[in-house]
Design a protein around this ligand. Sequence first.
Ligand SMILES: [Ca+2]
Ligand SMILES: [Ca+2]
Ligand SMILES: [Ca+2]
Ligand SMILES: [Ca+2]
Length: 693
Amino acid sequence: MGCLLSLAATSAHADPASLALLPPRIESTAQSAEQVPSRGTSVLGVTASDPQGSPLTFTWTSTEGALAPPVHGATTSEVTWTAPDCLPPDSAPVKVAVTNALGLTSEVAFTFNVGGDLSLDYQKPFAVSQFSELDSVTVSPTSLQLTAKSLPLSAERIVFEQPVSLSLQLVRKNAGASHTLGWMYRDELVARGYVGPNDELLDTNSNGIADLHEDLYNLAPPTGPQARPYIGMWPRCPRSFLSGSFLYSEPGLAMNAACQATFRRETLADARPGQGNVRLLAEVVGRGLPDGNPNGFSDLGRYPRIPNLLEPALPENNFLGLGRLAFLITDDDEDAVTYTNMGPVQDMRLTAPDGIPDYDVSAYTAEGVLRPQNPDPGITPRDRKVTLGPIDAHREVVFFLVTYFEGIHEPLDEGLTFPCLRKAANGRCELFLQTPVSVFFSKASWNMDMDVRGTSPAAEFNTGCAYRDTCNRAAPNNSGGSCALPGTTQRLCGWLDVQALTMLRQPEYGNIFLPPERLFVPASSNGAMPHLVLASSPIYPQRWLMGWEDLNGGGDRDFANVVVQLQADPAGVARTAPLDALPPDLDPRCIISRVRMAKSDSVGPYCPSASETSINYAITPECSICSGGTCVPNPTPTWLHPALTPGVSEAVMNVGVFGGRSLCWRVALGTRDFRCQPEVINVDIGYELTRLP
Ligand SMILES: [Ca+2]
Ligand SMILES: [Ca+2]
Ligand SMILES: [Ca+2]
Ligand SMILES: [Ca+2]
């Protein structure tokens, strides 16, 4: 305290006869603060005496800031100085001159640091009001934490308002079939001309088959008015057939290795609801039972049994693939085979179901292409999860399940049907596809198979109830194994089986205990069979359970042949408002020269891998844009990243080059594992101002 910078005696006004006389002696000075905020005050005092005992007068002057009227005593004087916004380096802007009756004067100057101190902490304890942006971050005085958002999704529309990072974890596979799970962006299907403005599938060559279905199986003729480009390099079985008045190509995916012709007319049960006992002459193309020859039932491409249109764009499909293959096979079982070995990869594992698919998932990219280098060789717990990657906001995602299973048509007894390629005006299927390779979409109306039961809803469950095969879903109120919905007398059969429910209770799946709620599958708008149910609940925010039904026509309608957990990795951002120590109308000559950021953060409670979380800090000296006395947050400031390490850390940055005059910071929090949550416990901000010359 107190800074006696210079003490000078002057005899400018004394005559030579008085040389022996002495100027006033400064006894002491006082300075309430040397470090003063912009426009803050400091109380200055001086005590002096005159060696000759003559009366003293005190004169305060300042070159910067403002002085209040001083208060004088016989030997003391006190004044309050109000600081400017900042000072040039090494300034001593206030001076007091003490003059005695002989005209001799002593002076003392006071130095200040104005506007900021690197070592001080200008960040108050956290409060919501200090933040100009809070996205999925919860604020308490001693912590910033991620807030998990409950985002209901339906199978019909999987789209997010914000960019998200999606991943999938297998929960349970319970089926005789084998499957590949993939996805596409809807806008890429629109751009390719498959989908109209109302989500309807288009038939641009007017041959009665939706072009999407036509291209999945390469059914378009190679020449003539209905020709469409072949999806792939070349047709394995170039063979045509006439149906109605149209020429089509036979589907290599449903033909044996010898490419034997498959098109025929036969008597089949009507697939329309309530018509299953009516048998009609229909047309069928393809064969439903593969013969084990690896060269049959193939459209070539990268994966012989995956429709080329659903492969990722690769030379083998002439770069016409639109799919991204998340799980090449969903097998999680004690045998080592896929259905008649049709799977795109070998089942490599004989262990009991544990949610880890039975192949080396990490050997493949998120699109399903073999990587040059496998980051996790062998089948390990890391293979449980597959990252779909960042998904842009407002880009709708459509999932698909490719299934490998015998094509069967038994609508009345089994609820099974061949997929339908072309319908008559009355809804009756005129042209069926018999195939061991079926494709089901998350959007019900895009499916090829008809809903042979036609109930509304197509299926419903009590999610808190375990699946029992004895439960009669057609009459659950009178069926053993059904469970009542809380607060009602309505009973419904269970959805997931005990193994799936047990898996969800594991930490890897978020310790989820499914609530006893009604889950239902809406009927489609066009008579097609829905194949996906998507369960959401505030109990497991940002996670959704996908249950697939893998039988054409719906079959037993358990919607649990493959159960997968979809999750949006939690992420959030907090950005502070401008630090209020800096006035919004700061003197334009003042700029922030240095900033210190100190922080304390942690991750927990259970972090199996440190790389799963991120806590990224940034600071900007260009926080606000001010005009006419009004300031708004700068939407595009330069964010500077201090060199901080996990835990407790501190960094000082030179920021003078930006010439900024308002300061704020932000932190971006993220985790890929719900068990490992990042938390900011404290942030200190110090700064210094300097004045431009
Ligand atoms: Ca068509
Ligand atoms: Ca293929
Ligand atoms: Ca296996
Ligand atoms: Ca692996």
